[in-house]
Design a protein around this ligand. Structure first.
Ligand code: PMP
Length: 289
């Protein structure tokens, strides 16, 4: 049985409970991070905590712990759970309030750390690549709820996921309000065209993925030209390769989009090279015990 970190205590999963008056539940009012551990090292922990603090700042939530204290809590929870290469879900809710929206009624943000396994896509899909669809639901407008905030309100993404499930596809690609490619429901998107790596810029209204940034860095190291620029459906359909990135998914190939086969219909050569480089990076990482 796993142990969950809940406001400073490690408690068995069945005792890890929060109030039905928590605004995290009532309104999706809170923030989170998804983090991975490889060979006992928490991968890019500082960057995740930095992003958490930025999300907190934007939604006006004052975290009750310092950066260093949250890091310690994460590492302590990983140690308390004996799982090989686990996934960490770090959640901060606004806390208990009343039935109104006013966040001033919520005095105590709740900090929850879950350490568990995750598998977003089957092994078979990693080999074969994903069949995807561009869905009608657009990504949140950045002046409504900026996708850079990793908020507990994921309904925008869930709507997109439903639209992809309804047509029996593996993943949904979301456009932004201007019709340009944004991202997927829980991953960033890249294409390869004429040996260059292209991905939507931050201004497209996306979560700025930590994996995305690592892949950009690795590609530059491999002397691949990288351009962050607005992409259309046309760019996706005519790409030489396409793949998604995320902490949980790592790098996974996309082989069809709206019924158009991407190149040969098999995971591309550069995608495979980047995945190998990424796996090498994560398994040689020693940044945090
Ligand atoms: N976009 C969205 C909407 C996400 O939820 C995530 C994380 N699951 C990502 C992109 C990828 O971000 P990261 O590489 O930091 O995990």
């Amino acid at each position: 049985m796993g142990l969950i970190y809940l406001n400073g205590e490690l408690v068995p999963t069945e005792d890890a409970k929060i109030s039905v008056y928590d605004h995290g539940l009532l309104y999706g009012d809170g923030i989170f991070e998804g983090i991975r551990v490889y060979n006992g090292h928490v991968f890019n922990l500082d960057r995740h905590i930095e992003r958490l603090f930025n999300s907190a700042k934007v939604i006006g939530l004052k975290l009750p712990l310092s950066h260093a204290e949250i890091k310690d809590a994460v590492k302590k929870t990983v140690k308390a759970n004996d799982i090989v290469d686990p996934y960490i879900r770090l959640v901060v809710t606004r806390g208990v309030g009343n039935l109104g929206l006013d966040p001033r009624k919520c005095a105590n943000p709740q900090i929850i750390i879950i350490v568990d396994k995750i598998q977003l896509y089957s092994e078979e899909l990693y080999k074969k690549g994903l069949d995807t669809v561009i869905v009608p639901t657009i990504r949140n407008h950045y002046e409504a709820l900026n996708p850079r905030v990793k908020s507990l309100n994921y309904l925008n993404n869930i709507m997109a996921k439903i639209e992809c499930v309804n047509v029996n596809k593996d993943e949904a690609i979301m456009l932004n309000k201007d019709g340009y490619v944004a991202e997927c429901t829980g991953d960033n998107i890249f294409i390869i065209k004429d040996s260059e790596l292209l991905t939507p810029p931050m201004s497209a209204g996306i979560l700025v993925g930590i994996t995305r940034n690592e892949v950009i860095r690795l590609a530059k190291e491999m002397e691949i030209t990288v351009r962050e620029e607005a992409l259309t459906r046309y760019d996706l359909y005519t790409a030489d390769e396409c793949f998604l990135t995320g902490t949980a998914a790592q790098i996974i190939s996309v082989v069809t989009i709206d019924g158009r086969t991407i190149s040969t219909g098999k995971p591309g050569e550069i995608t495979i090279k980047l995945l190998e480089a990424y796996r090498k990076l994560i398994y040689s990482y020693t940044g945090d015990e």
